[in-house]
Design a binder for this molecule. Structure first.
Ligand code: HEC
Length: 194
């Protein structure tokens, strides 16, 4: 009896260890997804103030409700409007700085026009500037920061945001932004009578 009992006792112990391991694994997965709040464990992009309005205004859902592209555009939104928070590796700007984001100097539409007019010869530098080059230049120069590689999501997702907005505005290659309409005396008197 004892000769047969021993192996089964060992199997029982092994089963117990396996159960504990599986339990720990499941516990970790549940904690990571539901309880931890650690960003790296989540595939969703954090929704910052203004994203829903932006999403509706530029009809980002055209590219699918929750696809890879939309998530990249959302990350692009976070990078452009909350640069100090989402690209701290590439900017020295802090939340307290008056200019702490790309959006302090550029609207999303500026970036869309910049996107369709990129890859042109830049008369100032005498070089052909890609959209990525401009973004990298602004991280370094306008954000007083550091230069990401062109493959970094901090560059790529801004390109995708610009692309989505350019698509919504139906800008074709090389479209130049029309000059701002100058406010005339008539406009002003019209707005005061409203
Ligand atoms: C302090 C203001 C300022 C900030 C902040 C800034 N930029 Fe710029 N950006 C400029 C100026 C000025 C130019 C024109 C540069 C030139 O032609 O020499 C420019 C040019 C560009 C261009 C080229 C297209 C165009 O409109 O001329 C892109 C794209 C761009 N910036 C993206 C960004 C991104 C992305 C960020 C945030 C990471 C950013 N910028 C932050 C001022 C700024």
């Amino acid at each position: 009896m004892s000769a047969r009992g021993e192996p089964s006792a060992r199997t029982g112990a092994a089963r117990k260890t396996t159960l504990i391991a599986v339990g720990l694994l499941c516990g970790f997965v549940l904690w990571a997804h539901l309880g931890s709040g650690v960003r790296v464990f989540h595939s969703e992009v954090v929704s910052e103030p203004g994203w829903e309005a932006f999403r509706a205004k530029y009809d980002v859902d055209y590219f699918g409700g929750d696809g890879q592209f939309v998530r990249a555009v959302q990350n692009g939104y976070n990078l452009v409007y909350y640069t100090h928070k989402y690209a701290p590796r590439f900017t020295r700007k802090r939340a307290g700085d008056a200019v702490d984001s790309c959006a302090a100097c550029h609207s999303a539409e500026d970036l869309a026009y910049g996107f369709v007019s990129s890859d042109r010869l830049d008369p100032k530098t005498g070089k052909r500037m890609s959209f990525e080059d401009s973004v990298r230049r602004c991280y370094a120069r306008s954000m007083n920061g550091f230069v990401p590689t062109i493959y970094d999501p901090a560059v790529r997702d801004i390109r995708l945001l610009a692309r989505a907005v350019a698509h919504h505005l139906q800008l074709s290659e090389g479209t130049i932004r029309p000059p701002e309409r100058v406010t005339t005396h008539d406009d002003r008197s019209a707005s005061t009578t409203r």
